[in-house]
Design a protein around this ligand. Structure first.
Ligand code: PEP
Ligand code: MG
Length: 328
């Protein structure tokens, strides 16, 4: 099987019945290594900008950030590159910006922190925009969105940064393209405002790691409750299905960038729901491409109602395993 995966893994991501899937990479360091592993990857679905922040002793300057982002954007000028604004807090601490809270996962995380510190947010967004001068592949992704107001406020700041950088660019006769702006769907509250959110953004990205944690009220890093943490829980799958349907109805492109997208069973169930863009760690790309090339949408779509009506994650995985086993 490994030989087959190696041989087939780099071919185009078409299902056995000819449907195109987009496979993207989750990255965080320089992204060159990640893309190198899979030449046909359709871009970077999630660039976790907090990783370079976490590796330093102080906030990187606008110029340092700009250089880093430029190296990523210009490396793949024809592929979409999705850069997520700083997602610290929770389990991602910055040594030089200590946060002490009793419930960090319910506290000052992601967009909450950066909207309270527009200075940090504006420097980062300006750096991204400067880095994108002369290019048109920048997508900006907002983490931990819980309410419509956060989206409006973040978009206002992005617009402010855009106008500043555009003025500079025009004075030097350079072109600045408007970036696509999207949000992470990872807090359960968004489930009930999908339409309002869809009207405000260019794309959705589903963070199944946090969506699972918050829907099931299970800390994703607590080993004592890890047997309760599963993205195959029928309630999580129900939410994922609803998100896909809303995105399709609102014509908003949607990617899944949580770990589920990089698991063979996860990729199959997501494809059955109608997801066509999956973003994953580079080491999962070949394996998932092999799964895609050996899966027929026309075979898995009819399995969806039965899968969604299962009562436990184990039963769901049992059914999906049966399908994959039949594929060798
Ligand atoms: C997620 O929550 O699923 C996600 C992709 O983001 P992170 O794992 O960085 O929180
Ligand atoms: Mg997350």
């Amino acid at each position: 099987l490994y030989r087959k995966i190696r041989e087939e893994g780099d071919r185009a991501s078409l299902t056995q019945d000819g449907k195109k899937m987009s496979l993207l990479v989750n990255a965080g360091l320089t992204a060159n290594v990640e893309m190198e592993q899979f030449k046909q990857g359709d871009g970077i679905g999630l660039y976790r900008t907090e990783i370079p922040f976490m590796m330093r002793e102080r906030f990187p300057s606008e110029r340092e950030q700009c250089e880093l982002y430029k190296s990523v954007l210009s490396q793949h000028p024809s592929k979409e590159i999705t850069m997520r604004t700083l997602d610290v807090g929770g389990d991602k601490p910055l040594s030089y910006f200590p946060i002490n809270e009793e419930n960090p996962f319910l506290g000052w995380r992601g967009i909450r922190l950066t909207l309270d510190h527009p200075d940090i947010f504006l420097v980062q967004v300006r750096a991204m925009l400067r880095a994108s001068i002369g290019l048109s592949n920048l997508h900006i992704l907002l983490p931990m969105i819980t309410s419509v107001n956060e989206v409006d406020e973040a978009k206002r700041l992005i617009k402010q940064a855009f106008l500043e950088v555009k003025e500079e660019a025009s004075s030097e006769n350079q072109m600045l393209s408007k970036p696509a702006v999207g949000i992470m769907l990872e807090v359960p509250a968004v489930m009930f405002q999908l339409d309002q959110l869809a009207q405000r953004v260019d794309f959705f990205s589903v963070g199944t790691n946090d969506l699972t944690q918050y829907l099931l009220a299970v800390d994703r890093n607590n080993t004592r409750v890890s047997s309760l943490y599963s993205s195959y829980h029928p309630s999580v799958l129900g939410a994922l299905c609803q998100i896909q349907q809303s995105a399709a109805a609102n014509k908003v492109p949607v990617t899944v960038c949580g770990e589920l997208a990089g698991e063979p069973l996860g990729a199959v169930i997501l494809m059955a729901m109608g997801y066509r863009k999956l973003s994953m760690n580079a080491h999962s790309l070949r394996k998932i491409n092999w799964v895609i090339r050996n899966t027929k949408i026309t075979e898995i779509e009819p399995l969806l109602p039965e899968i969604l009506s299962q009562q436990s994650p184990e039963q769901v995985q049992g059914l999906l395993n049966k399908y994959l086993d039949s594929k060798g």
